[in-house]
Design a protein around this ligand. Structure first.
Ligand SMILES: NC(=O)c1ccc[n+]([C@@H]2O[C@H](COP(=O)([O-])OP(=O)(O)OC[C@H]3O[C@@H](n4cnc5c(N)ncnc54)[C@H](OP(=O)(O)O)[C@@H]3O)[C@@H](O)[C@H]2O)c1
Length: 252
């Protein structure tokens, strides 16, 4: 079981960033690829360019997910779609917390529920979950985001138990900072926000690129059938998760 054994794939968050780059790579490898995101126009352009099959779906709508994707036979499931938010739990609007839970965790579980039984039946499959270093380390990110990514980490490990004895592989790709739209979206998603996010989070930093993430996914999928690449933590060389913070109170 290596790349050549897989014939179909489904990638969420396919309209941009890591998801889009993954779709392009899987199409190059000759797989039939189902590309899922909300942005119909971007998906249509990707489909035109690569021959991927577009599915414009909001992953928070599980009825729509079941209706549109439920009957598919998928060998490689790439749970990549994700949202984060600025600030922290102290000032998070209700919708922001719900969006993180619904896209980052709930949709992942439901997609596994839909496609894992078929993989088990065919004795063939690979789940690739994109988590984040936020799921493994504490730093000043959004608590809801950290929590959802920790859940993706645990889901990735637990799926190995659920499918023990079958030729099903599960890979968690756990990135540090990658150059994508994610920070610009956090800042509102306008062209000005995208520019500001670029200047704040990427300019002058040697971040990862989507090509680095695709190379990792590629490596995991291409590994010989007896090899399960489990956790792949990938950070820029100049990014570390260190730093214990001890705040001083001036009034004691
Ligand atoms: N960039 C980083 O530094 C970084 C670091 C660690 C982990 N990650 C994780 O890596 C993954 C990919 O992120 P990225 O940086 O490539 O993000 P991105 O550029 O912001 O792309 C996010 C993707 O998710 C899709 N999406 C968001 N909400 C959705 C919804 N409700 N329904 C369907 N699709 C939805 C978006 O498509 P539509 O808007 O068209 O729906 C888009 O295709 C995420 O899970 C993220 O948490 C990113």
């Amino acid at each position: 079981m290596t790349y050549s054994d897989y014939t179909t794939a489904l990638v969420t968050g396919a309209s941009t960033g890591m998801g889009e780059a993954t779709v392009i790579r899987l199409r190059e490898q000759g797989l039939e690829v189902h590309a899922v995101a909300r942005d119909e126009k971007r998906l249509a352009a990707l489909a035109e360019r690569t021959g991927a099959i577009p599915h414009a779906i909001d992953l928070t709508d599980i009825d729509a997910v079941e209706r549109e994707l439920g009957g598919l036979q998928i060998d490689v499931l790439v749970n990549n779609a994700g949202v984060s938010g600025p600030g922290n739990i102290l000032d998070a609007p209700r919708g922001m917390v719900d969006a993180m839970v619904d896209v980052n965790v709930r949709a992942v579980l439901h997609l596994c529920r839909l496609f894992l039984p078929g993989m088990v039946e065919r004795d063939l499959g690979h789940v690739v979950n994109i988590s984040s270093i936020a799921g493994l380390y504490n730093f000043f990110g959004h608590t809801a985001y950290h929590a959802t990514k920790a859940a993706v980490h645990q889901i990735s490990r637990q799926l190995r138990n659920d499918t023990l004895g079958k030729r099903i592989r599960v890979t968690e790709v756990c990135p540090g900072r990658v150059e994508t739209e994610i920070f610009g979206r956090n800042m509102g998603g306008s062209p000005e926000a995208m520019k500001e996010a670029w200047e704040t989070y990427y300019e002058g930093f040697e971040s990862l690129t989507v090509a680095d993430i695709v190379a990792a996914i590629d490596f995991a999928l291409a590994a010989p059938r007896h090899v399960n690449m489990g956790l792949m933590e990938i950070m820029p060389t100049f990014q570390v998760p260190g730093g214990l913070t001890f705040d001083r109170r001036e009034d004691v």
